[in-house]
Design a protein around this ligand. Sequence first.
Ligand SMILES: Cc1cc2nc3c(=O)[nH]c(=O)nc-3n(C[C@H](O)[C@H](O)[C@H](O)COP(=O)(O)OP(=O)(O)OC[C@H]3O[C@@H](n4cnc5c(N)ncnc54)[C@H](O)[C@@H]3O)c2cc1C
Length: 477
Amino acid sequence: MVDQRVRTKVATALDEAAVAEFEARLRGQLIRPGDAEYDQARQIWNAMIDRRPGLIVRCAGAADVQHAVAFVRDHNLLVAVRGGGHNIAGNAVCDDGLVIDLSQMRSVRVDAKARRASVEPGATLGDFDREAQTFGLATPLGINSTTGVAGLTLGGGFGWLSRKHGMTIDNLVSADVVTADGKLVRASENENSDLFWAIRGGGGNFGIVTSFEFQLHPVGPEVLSGLIVFPFDQAKSVLTQYRDFLETMPDELNVWVVTRQAPPLPFLPAEVHGKEIVAFAVFYAGDVAVGEKLIEAIRRFGTPHGEHVGPQPYTAWQQAFDPLLTPGARNYWKSHNFTQLSDGAIDSIIEYAGKLPSPQTEIFLGLIGGQASRVAPDAMAYSHRDTKWAMNVHGRWETAAEDERCIAWAREFFDKSAPYATGGVYVNFLTEEETGRIGAAYGPNYQRLVALKDKYDPTNLFHMNQNIKPTNGATPR
Ligand SMILES: Cc1cc2nc3c(=O)[nH]c(=O)nc-3n(C[C@H](O)[C@H](O)[C@H](O)COP(=O)(O)OP(=O)(O)OC[C@H]3O[C@@H](n4cnc5c(N)ncnc54)[C@H](O)[C@@H]3O)c2cc1C
């Protein structure tokens, strides 16, 4: 039997006949180094990740995924799994090994009557929203429409709708999973319920999901949403009032904070462009007139530079931040969870937002709470139910020459704000170097996840992820 712990990484060294035989049985496409599509196929969202896989398999369906997993096992290969390719840590692509690329499997089928959707693992949030909104339906997803449904869901998933309808995983009904032994199994509350528990937050550690089934909710199609932007010198006052305002907010209302240098938005005076600002991103998942009344209080936090708030299609709001989050930039993130926004936390945000290292860098506070907090922390792998804000220190810049300065700023701010945070972190915001925080990402659920890793992937075949190591194996990367 092959020892999976000494898995070779060099797919290019494989016997050509074996590769040809593998390719002949694929419904999808095999891409090799030197192929015209190779460089495009190995690119992911974060331009800091530049890896050269030995083979890339663009799967066309679950049978291709099973075939690829068997090939990986038979040839003792390193394997990476790609959904939307957005993860900051870059685990969707590996050097030398084989990438199982799901990006062509993008079908979304909506059963409007049952309010359910079947979603393939290459679908983006935009694909999902577009199909579901045809019927005035949606499920909670993230804020950037080009993110993959797969990776977002497997880590937990939160966005504008999470206060009202919970995390993305709270709306997952079932999933089809190809496990490390190559079997295709269904995971739900009734079938393989331990696997279902594990994949709701446990990332790609337990197998490859080839289809997700989600619960949908009536949303929009028009929602009240937009930005209210305040001058940076009002930051302390508006953030303190925001903190207090939250205590009275209904679940339908969500308000995120973004501090950054102002992009050239047409509703902001030209002299503000490029200057530090505090923006409140507001979203109301209900009657527009009711939402209008509620957000009036936010306008009165101070004297805004300007605002752009009104009813708009939910799908438009779901794409509103896309222009600031395009692929191709260099990105480095640090993240903390907060249960409260103490004065110290606010002061540290203001201090570091006042010395941002690049025009695209931002600090954002994603508000969760509401329904997402009403689920027991051990109900599924994702445990941070008391998290009110996930803060993302989003370093973003264009050239390698800026790496050192921007990364140093993010690390310093992360350290400075740590005393006010919970110590927990959202697994989907961890960078490549943060393997030491995986325990913190799972908290009290970690040991159960290790036991399930022992059951479903004892040789750690799936370890290009925020890896939960099985008891017997510490697979070298
Ligand atoms: C600009 C931006 C905005 C974001 N906003 C939000 C947000 O609002 N809310 C939120 O919750 N998160 C957000 N995220 C984080 C996002 O959830 C993660 O980056 C997520 O991992 C992306 O999923 P993906 O499929 O695109 O990524 P990938 O990089 O393709 O995959 C991520 C991980 O999941 C594994 N994986 C992917 N597909 C499968 C599969 N089918 N089966 C098993 N394993 C798989 C991969 O191997 C990899 O380890 C954001 C990320 C970015 C870059």
